[in-house]
Ligand binder design. Structure first.
Ligand code: HEM
Length: 432
């Protein structure tokens, strides 16, 4: 029988403010939304999604826009090109274009609309081909073995396994930066500084109440852009056997991207390539420790591992919210979304839509037709989905095989982020 995932729906350590649950009948949409973006709400959003579900699958928020929770409703919005991603034109009135973080983000496909979006997706599409994903599995297994060996050196080695160690710092953040660093040809010595800058840039996706909140993201972006622009110049002079060299050669041959767009695409590959896969590794390990029998099966059964990771993506995805801007007045399943207003598409709530998933709060790896929306849908569907899954499906079993007695030493804590959500710390006793 699948167990309801209490530990994902009960407060663990974190910000001290009380979080209201679904039983609070007076909570209105604006109040629930405001609470969602408090530190406590970001740490512990699932009861708030439950509260919001009581208000329906599409919730008008007045001039603030529309909150969309329903699975079918989000599918419709993601497939409808009138729901624009927040590109430079959409940001013209928000002031975001003055910030280096958004100056770079709006040069990548994820934040570009037609026809730039298609042009960029065509240029980079080959880098995500299934054949290449299969070839990269070797890199992912190698990275996982390397960092499990590193974990063992941190372990005190006492009868109870010594420790505790922070699995986020010592494993989950390191495996994807190792794989992506190898692919891009980033020297080992530079990787961890870039890794810190990557996380900083993702804070730019959170709602901004004060523009100073973007300063850490801007600083992180400056580091990434300067670094990758240098690497592009270097590979143009001295091509190597890496993805940057191929992209530089393709760009220079066909001129399909400007130089800034080329650098931005590489920044994107680095950010997308490491942040969400790291967060997914953390979420999957956490669930494996909470469901030990299911976790153990991952050490021997690849098919089960794939189902486990799909269910992790459903019940605790790395990206909770996507934003769209209505190009015109749109009727979304009977609700009017006004031209120019924002729609917040809450993927993490849609993954628990009771009309689509039976007993949605239960962690159940045997679900049929389990298709969470965690990689998006439609024209912007995640290009790296297969690559990301491959890394996580390769890495987590290596870890669990090496440390079969691993346990949580303390409740893990999240970064203060909801749009790109993941653990800041996860202390474990390895038990090796
Ligand atoms: C668990 C890991 C990942 C998750 C949960 C994830 C999630 C997503 C989501 C939800 C979108 C859609 C954004 C939107 O519609 O606005 C997206 C787009 C994208 N992702 Fe991922 N992603 C992951 C890993 C990766 C990796 C490893 C890469 C590449 C190295 C990657 C590259 C991209 C790209 C290029 C797009 C933009 C596609 C487009 O705009 O056409 N992602 N991702």
């Amino acid at each position: 029988m699948p167990a309801t995932d209490h530990q994902l729906t009960e407060p663990v350590t974190g910000p001290a403010e009380p979080v209201r649950g679904p039983a609070e009948p007076e909570m209105g949409p604006a109040e629930a939304l405001a609470e969602l973006f408090t530190p406590a709400g970001k740490h512990h959003p699932y009861p708030l999604y439950d509260a919001l579900w009581g208000l329906g699958p599409v919730i008008p928020l007045g001039p603030a826009g529309t909150l969309v929770l329903g699975y079918d409703e989000i599918c419709t919005a993601l497939r409808d090109p009138r729901f624009l991603v927040t590109d430079a034109a959409v940001h013209r009135t928000t002031g975001m274009n003055d910030h280096s973080s958004w100056q770079c983000f709006t040069k990548i496909m994820m934040f570009s609309n037609s026809p730039d979006h298609e042009r960029m997706r065509r240029f980079a599409g080959w880098a995500y081909a299934p054949r290449l994903v299969a070839e990269r599995r070797r890199l992912a297994v190698g990275a996982a073995e390397r960092w499990t060996a590193h974990l063992a050196t941190l372990d005190g080695g006492g009868p109870d396994g010594g420790g505790p160690v922070d699995l986020v710092e010592a494993f989950a953040t390191r495996v994807p930066i190792t794989v992506t660093g190898d692919l891009l040809g980033i020297p080992e010595a530079d990787r961890m500084e870039l890794r810190g800058a990557v996380t900083a840039t993702t804070t730019a996706f959170e709602p901004v109440f004060d523009r100073d909140e973007l300063l850490p993201a801007d600083a992180g972006m400056d580091v990434l852009v300067d670094y990758l622009a240098d690497l592009v110049r270097d590979r143009r002079r001295r091509p190597a056997d890496d993805l940057i060299s191929v992209m530089v050669r393709d760009r220079d041959a066909a001129g399909a991207l400007s130089e800034d767009e080329l650098v931005a695409s590489l920044v994107m590959f680095l950010i997308a390539g490491v942040q969400s896969p790291s967060d997914l590794i953390g979420n999957a390990v956490r669930l494996a420790l909470h469901h030990p029998a299911e976790g153990r099966r991952m050490t021997t059964d690849e098919e089960h591992t794939a189902a486990f990771i799909t269910e992790t993506l459903r019940i605790d995805p790395p990206n909770h919210v996507l934003t769209r801007s209505a190009a015109t007045d749109i009727d979304l399943h009977g609700h009017r979304v006004a031209a120019g207003s924002r729609a917040l598409l809450v993927l993490a709530a849609a993954n628990r839509d009771p009309r689509r998933f039976t007993d949605p709060a239960a962690f159940d790896t045997a679900r049929e037709d389990n298709r969470p929306l965690s990689f998006g849908l439609g024209p912007h569907y995640c290009l790296g989905a297969a690559f990301a899954r491959m890394q996580v499906e390769a890495a987590v079993p290596v870890l669990l095989r090496r440390f079969p007695r691993m346990t949580l030493a303390a409740p893990p804590t999240h970064r203060d982020q909801l749009v790109t959500r993941g653990f800041a710390r996860m202390e474990v006793v390895l038990g090796s």
